[in-house]
Ligand binder design. Structure first.
Ligand code: ARG
Ligand code: ZN
Length: 865
């Protein structure tokens, strides 16, 4: 343990149950910005009103973080009787309504946290969610205080020709000494976290959209000169999202202007500020030469996500940060549904479940587990998690499954109508869904307060005499590292019983498991049917079934639910590999046979084929084991990959040829071919039957798109061949001026299985293009590396040390991004003894640093506890 002297004093824990309504409301806010990179003056005028719930004589408390007031006035008179209490401005006020004016001076160039007002390249931009506004000026920085904002921005016209803020531009003009100004007015009351401004030398891709009630909207995507021709995909995604939200949820856009700005330095993906979304440039910029198909999808999804927040988040916002999943879970569900509608619903579901299992299940099983509506936090930035976002989306999806599309829509209509203009709670949402959707969600509510992933066991028995099949279900949850205990969530399981000869079934049933244990008797089965359960992944659970490898193989060949079919194959492979790792004898032929059937199935969509023959990831396999041995998992998985590659070499060669690229297109067929070709290349390389380096190198040289290039480099990265270094050097020279592509260059190298990867991580951390101040670059190097199971978990512990040292250094400039790396070490209890101890030591080293941020301290101490 860290010694008491160096440990930070216990940071304050904020609890959900302690919520109190605001003592003061601020109906109107006027802001005046005199902007410059190193010296910005912020003048604010708050129209403050004492609320009925305020205690008699309660002073005005305005949050501040790392700022000091240059002057404070009340009703026009200078006041000096204020105090600063832990950064917050406390001002005694006697009346029920006052006008408070405050001046603050900022130096955005020194703001390395990227929260509040900061400089990125030569532009100025803001990030206020969750608590960045208090780094700009003093305010009741809480989401249940909604204000109408009027903002004046002034700056040097040559340096900052474009001045953007929320709402509508109402006036502009030139000032003296080459300065200019713009006046903005946002008619929609909003919490401070949705405030944004941008000043810079930007150009726009401009377009327009007419809402279905006929209102014109001007659309702009602002980027740096030179990036303009990479904004078309984002623009199309924006227009598609606007149309989709009208069709699917009946929601229209509500301003005449919608601006998006791309910035290179950004902690997260993007931000839904009212009328002025600010994006990490990686979710805006794309063309085939620099972006993979996955990048194109990411852009479409994130543009939609932020746009959808205009209703689920902005028009109806959150009462407090414990309600974060109210807007995030719902909005992720909305963007997932949108992407499913725009492309293949089956592939989208497979991808979303993969993300949930890779990011959320481990979180739910580790020391940082929390319910989708947390009960307490120290630093709210730590709760922008896969649980709040992705499990939150699964909870909304289950509601949709329970209600069906029409009742679900009635529920969301009622929710939006009832709470428009309000700061709502998750409970408000559930109540509206109950009323609008005509359903009782009393038991369902447990999903909001229960951490951990439920384990559902499913057993099928059959009585040939009566023809009845019985599905016997139980549910359990493990919490706080304890043994799983009976649970009582409402778990909707889409289920079908397949004929054991034909694979046909007579219709799906929705089984509602609402007790710790329950049996469902289904009639009319002459022969013992095959159980297909949790189809479409209808509930975010871990399924434990007594299905045999033969049954799984049967489902992988016959199930008509594409997710279930994919899942059966994954379970089959997972069962084999986990048995091998733990030294249990197990039959491999059944997997080879199942793969053979898949490869011979002419009806399969090539994109689905590419998914279903992929082996489960090393991380996922580790999650299934009691004690993780990354090396053993890696070795067994590589052996199976090699065997499949060898066995089906002819088929993979054929696929590789038949998927050869033609002219670039983003249509489904062309994308499917790119995907399948990369998967085939991977298997051919794994089989050692051909000169993988040569084939991959040819693919690299001939590629007319980034998907093919990245696929080739991914294969080369693992090899000991001259082609590897030649290709990586060439790639660097070609793309060194494009930061988003250079990120790929960093990532691909540290995802290598080669034994010298640790040395490479160390080398790349000293590369002139590595930059600790840029979160994308930090994630490209260290995020990719911590995902490399076999090398990050090198038994020497050097991987852990490198990450710990990086966290310690980064915490001094950007705590939020630094804290994101703690979970990779925080899973120390899951690993075999040697590694476990080394991971713990790395955490202890971080814990012992003086002056840790709240962000990192919360994650580290919870991980060690
Ligand atoms: N609301 C944003 C989104 O999900 C995330 C912003 C969170 N940013 C942060 N610094 N915590 O789209
Ligand atoms: Zn969001």
């Amino acid at each position: 343990m860290a010694d008491a002297a160096s440990a930070p004093k216990d940071p304050e824990t904020i609890r959900r149950e302690d919520y109190r309504p605001p003592a003061w409301f601020i109906p109107e806010v006027e802001l005046d910005f005199d902007l410059d990179l190193t010296r910005t003056l912020v003048r604010s005028k708050l129209d403050v009103r004492r609320s009925k719930s305020a205690e008699a004589g309660e002073p005005l408390v305005l949050q501040g973080d790392d700022i000091t007031p240059a002057s404070v006035k009340v009703d026009g008179a200078v006041r000096n009787d204020w105090t600063l209490v832990e950064g917050d401005l406390v001002l005694p006020l006697t009346g029920a309504a006052h006008s408070v004016e405050i001046e603050v001076e900022l130096d955005p160039s020194t703001n390395t946290q990227l929260m509040g007002l900061y400089g990125s390249n030569d532009m100025l931009c803001t990030q206020c969610e969750a608590q960045g506004f208090r780094r700009i000026t003093f305010a009741p920085d809480r989401p249940d205080v909604l204000s109408r904002y009027r903002v004046r921005m002034e700056a040097d016209k040559a340096k900052f020709p474009i001045l953007l803020c929320n709402g509508d531009k109402v006036a502009e003009g030139d000032g003296e000494n080459g300065r200019h100004w713009v006046q903005w007015n946002d008619p929609w009351p909003k919490p401070s976290y949705l405030f944004a401004l941008v000043a810079g030398d930007l150009v726009a891709n401009s377009d327009n959209f007419t809402t279905r009630s006929g209102k014109p909207v001007e659309l702009n995507i602002w980027v740096r000169d030179g990036d303009l021709d990479r904004t078309n995909h984002a623009m199309q995604a924006l227009k598609d999202s606007m149309h989709w939200d009208e069709e699917t949820y009946g929601r229209e856009y509500d301003l005449g202007l919608f601006n998006i700005v791309a910035v290179s330095d950004f902690n997260m993906g993007a931000m839904e500020n009212k009328g002025l979304n600010i994006f990490n440039s990686r979710y805006i910029l794309a063309d085939p030469e620099v972006a993979t198909d996955a990048d194109f999808d990411g852009i479409e999804g994130v543009v939609a996500h932020e746009y959808f927040h205009n209703w689920s988040g902005n028009r109806v916002t959150c009462r407090d940060w414990f309600q974060l999943s109210l807007k995030e879970g719902f909005t992720v569900y909305r963007d997932q549904s949108f992407s499913a509608d725009m492309g293949s619903a089956a592939l989208k579901r497979i991808e979303d479940v993969r993300i949930l299992r890779a990011a959320q299940f481990p979180e739910d099983a580790g020391p940082l587990a929390h319910p989708i509506r947390p009960e307490s936090y120290q630093e709210i930035s730590n709760f922008y998690t896969a649980t709040v976002y992705n499990k939150g989306a699964e909870v909304i999806r289950m509601m949709a499954t329970l209600m069906g599309p029409d009742r679900f829509r009635n529920g969301t209509d009622l929710y939006f109508d009832r709470h428009d203009g309000e700061a709502a709670t998750c409970e408000d949402f559930v109540v509206a869904m109950e009323a609008g959707g005509e359903i009782d969600l009393t038991q369902f509510r447990k999903w909001y307060e229960t951490p951990g992933t439920p384990r559902v066991s499913a057993k099928l028995s059959h009585d040939p005499q009566t023809g009845s099949a019985t599905v016997h279900l139980t549910q359990k949850i493990a919490q706080n590292g304890e043994k799983p205990a009976a649970s009582e969530l409402l778990i909707p399981l889409r289920t079908a019983l397949l004929d054991p000869e034909t694979g046909v079934h007579g219709g799906e049933q929705l089984l509602l498991l609402d007790q710790p244990e329950k049996s469902f008797v289904l009639e009319g089965y002459k022969d013992h049917p095959i159980l297909s359960i949790n189809r479409g992944f209808s509930a975010p659970i871990i399924l434990e079934s007594n299905q045999t490898a033969e049954e799984l193989a049967f489902l992988s060949a016959h199930d008509d639910d594409p997710f279930a079919r994919f899942e059966a194959m994954q379970q089959l492979m997972t069962g084999y590999l986990t048995a091998k790792v733990s030294g249990t004898p197990v039959d491999r032929d059944i997997i080879l046979l199942a793969v053979a059937k898949i490869l011979a199935d002419p009806t399969l969509d090539p994109a689905f084929l590419a998914e279903i023959i992929l082996l489960p990831s090393e991380a996922f396999l580790g999650d299934q084991m009691v004690e993780v041995d990354p090396q053993a998992i890696h070795d067994e998985r590589e052996k199976l990959r090699g065997k499949i590659g060898l066995q089906f070499e002819k088929q993979f060669r054929k696929l590789y040829k038949s998927c050869a690229p033609t002219e670039f297109s983003l249509d489904a067929e062309a994308r499917a071919k790119r995907k399948l070709r990369n998967v085939a290349l991977g298997y051919l390389a794994a089989s050692f039957t051909e000169n993988a380096a040569e084939t991959a190198f040819d693919q690299y040289r001939e590629a007319n798109n980034m998907t093919a290039m990245q696929g080739a480099l991914g294969v080369l990265s693992h090899l000991e061949a001259d082609e590897r270094s030649i290709a990586f050097e060439d790639f660097y020279k070609r793309f060194k001026s494009n930061p988003l592509v250079l990120d790929k260059w960093f990532s691909l190298q540290v995802m290598s299985m080669r034994t010298d990867t640790l040395k490479r991580v160390d080398g790349l951390s000293r590369h002139p293009d590595f930059n600790m101040a840029n979160p994308n670059r930090v994630r490209a190097l260290y995020g990719a590396f911590t995902g490399n199971q076999v090398r990050f978990h090198d038994p020497s512990g050097k991987g852990y040390q490198m990450v710990a040292d990086m966290v310690i250094a980064l915490d001094k400039q950007n705590p939020q991004t630094a804290a994101r790396f703690i979970p990779s070490l925080g899973r120390w209890r899951r690993y075999e003894r040697g590694r476990s101890e080394l991971m713990r030591l790395a955490l202890e080293k971080i814990a012992a640093q003086p002056g840790l941020s709240k962000d990192v301290a919360e994650q580290v101490f919870k991980s060690l506890a």
